[in-house]
Design a protein around this ligand. Structure first.
Ligand code: SF4
Length: 318
């Protein structure tokens, strides 16, 4: 039976050592939700600027529901994983429906089980928002907590269920929000993937795996996919690129950019180079072909992905 973490030691450490992050100064569940969705796939240092812009422009679910999804995508520009922005917009629209139409009259529900029923909210986000904003005694499980658990208990490859059971058994129910954040903060700043700082760890006394911490958990083998695309980058006589809005499917859904496809007709176009874009689960290689058009569009007026910005930068050098 693994030893129980020292709750008082971890909470005392958290209260003194936690990073000063802007979403830690609010208990507004909508603003906390925005931070949780952003931080799923965006680093904290970059997430701060996006969070500040989002809460300023969309301080309530209603303000987002009243806007076009294009505006959310525009603010999200550069943060990556744009499906999050589209799902967030869909979520705001659902929340703002009247109760008798399956909505919540514009108010984000309080409990993790109700939050789970909203589009784009998984078990982690529901537990994080409900515990941080409302103190609901539910345990969170994320990659940081899994790593702490694996090292504390010498588990090479703990399953989600095992991590959940451990997190639940250790939960400080009287202050679940701070407890969950403290555990995640420990994983993010002390029990890090490559350099765990066991000398400064507030829960080292219960950690069975600390002498060989890097062994736990075993890294997951990621099989990366390669995607090859061709891009038709056309400029008008003013030097503005032809930009089209993409459809609702695929990794760049809903964003604007030059025409891209697996195959394009390169007649009357000139090859100017290849752009490589690395995502966590795939590498994208885009052959860029230059041509002309009647009328382009000012890029700053639409939502562009980082990949499209790289393509335009290559075009600007040609
Ligand atoms: S003692 Fe080391 S390995 Fe164990 S939880 Fe703390 S930082 Fe991680």
């Amino acid at each position: 039976m693994p030893k129980q973490l020292s709750q008082s030691a971890l909470l005392a450490w958290y209260s003194h050592q936690k990073r000063d992050l802007p979403w830690r100064h609010t208990n507004n569940s909508w603003k906390i939700l925005l931070s949780e969705i952003l931080l799923q796939q965006t680093q904290v240092s970059r997430g701060i600027q996006y969070w500040l812009k989002l809460v300023d422009r969309f301080p309530t679910p209603q303000s987002m529901a009243d806007s076009e999804v294009d505006e959310v995508l525009h603010l999200w520009q550069g943060a990556g994983y744009y499906s999050r922005a589209r799902r967030l917009h869909a979520l705001s629209c659902r929340v703002c429906l009247p109760m008798n139409e399956g909505g919540h009259d514009g108010i984000l529900p309080n409990t993790s089980s109700e939050l789970l029923n909203l589009p784009g909210i998984g078990p982690y986000t529901a537990a994080a928002v409900a515990s941080i904003a409302h103190g609901e005694p539910v345990a969170c499980v994320d990659g940081n907590i899994r790593r702490v658990m694996a090292r504390q208990t010498q588990s090479l490859n703990p399953s989600l269920k095992e991590v959940e059971q451990w997190a639940k058994a250790n939960l400080f129910t009287a202050d679940a929000g701070n407890w969950n954040q403290a555990l995640m903060e420990l994983g993010a700043t002390v029990c890090t993937p490559r350099r765990p700082n066991c000398n400064d760890c507030p829960v080292a006394s219960t950690c069975v795996g600390q002498s060989e911490a890097l062994k736990y958990p075993q890294p997951k083998k990621l099989s990366k996919k390669r995607l090859d695309l061709m891009c038709e980058l056309r400029y008008d006589s003013q030097g503005l690129p032809l930009l089209v809005k993409r459809g609702d499917d695929g990794i760049l859904a809903g964003l604007w950019g030059p025409r891209m496809d697996s195959e394009i007709n390169t007649e009357s176009l000139t090859f100017i180079g290849e752009v490589k874009h690395v995502l966590s689960h795939r590498d994208i290689f885009v052959q860029v072909w230059l041509g002309s058009c009647e009328q382009g569009r000012e890029p700053s007026t639409v939502a562009l992905s980082s990949l499209d910005q790289k393509i335009l930068a290559l075009g600007g050098q040609s």
